[in-house]
Write a protein that binds this ligand. Structure first.
Ligand SMILES: [Zn+2]
Length: 245
């Protein structure tokens, strides 16, 4: 066992050295710097000076870094200590629960950068609205991103009209969108048709964005005043790219 551990440690060391030397081959220094997630958390003053468009640009750049798939250094220990004194996240993301969508990772963000609220099918209810209002009105976040994703089980479940316990109640919130898209689609409207699934997914995201504006006067007013933006996006499973709608 001891020998196995020594061998494993040696192998890990070789891998680490290999990945370091690969990283050193990155042609330009500023590019290589972009791989590292800063050890310092965003401060209250920095958050206050960000505009919604600044945050959108930062999220887009972060996703580009994620897609490049180079070595990501996370200074978690430093951030854990810094986080205990407060948080000033720049955005809140409403995501599906899918394990293949690691929200902080795909935006190349670390501890303290984002609020994340998750529910299957990224639907909106009163509690989600409360979370969004808390993030923006009380904690100063500048952007709400409703994030759908490819191959979503909740979307497929709604299309297939699955009925299991409380899942039924949740999927019922997506049903009107399924029916609306069915009326437009000429082809196969089952969950086997990825194009149909993608169309319902996108429509569901846009519906959530509109639902937030309709059901939350607080957030609607903040958006009208230019204090926040509410946007939709879809994560592509194959490429890692987030398409902003
Ligand atoms: Zn999903």
């Amino acid at each position: 066992m001891k020998q196995f551990l020594i061998t494993l440690t040696g192998f890990t060391l070789v891998c680490f050295v290999c990945s370091c030397s690969q990283n050193k081959q990155t042609p330009n220094t500023s590019d290589a710097m972009a791989d590292s997630i800063s050890s310092s958390m965003i401060t209250k003053s920095e958050q206050e000076h960000l505009s919604p468009d600044d945050v959108i640009a930062s999220l887009k750049k972060g996703n580009q870094e994620f897609v490049k798939d180079r070595l990501t250094v996370r200074n978690n220990t430093t951030r854990v200590h810094a986080a205990s004194s407060g948080q000033y996240p720049e955005a809140i993301v409403l995501s599906c629960i899918d394990s293949r969508v690691p929200v902080e990772d795909i935006f190349h963000k670390g501890i303290g950068d984002l609020f994340v609220t998750r529910v299957a099918g990224n639907i909106v209810d009163e509690d989600i609205l409360g979370s969004l209002e808390y993030a923006c009105k009380i904690s100063g976040s500048k952007i709400i991103v409703v994030l759908g994703h490819e191959h979503c089980g909740a979307i497929k479940g709604a299309i297939d009209n699955e009925k299991i316990g409380n899942v039924t109640v949740l999927l019922a919130k997506i049903q009107p969108i399924v029916q609306e898209e069915k009326s437009k689609f000429k082809d196969d409207t089952t969950s086997k048709n990825e194009k149909f699934v993608a169309a319902v997914c996108q429509k569901n995201v846009l519906h959530s964005v509109e639902f937030i504006r309709k059901q939350s006067p607080v957030l609607k007013e903040m958006e009208q005043k230019g204090q926040i933006k509410i946007i939709g996006a879809v994560y592509n499973m194959e490429s890692g790219v987030i398409e902003f709608l």
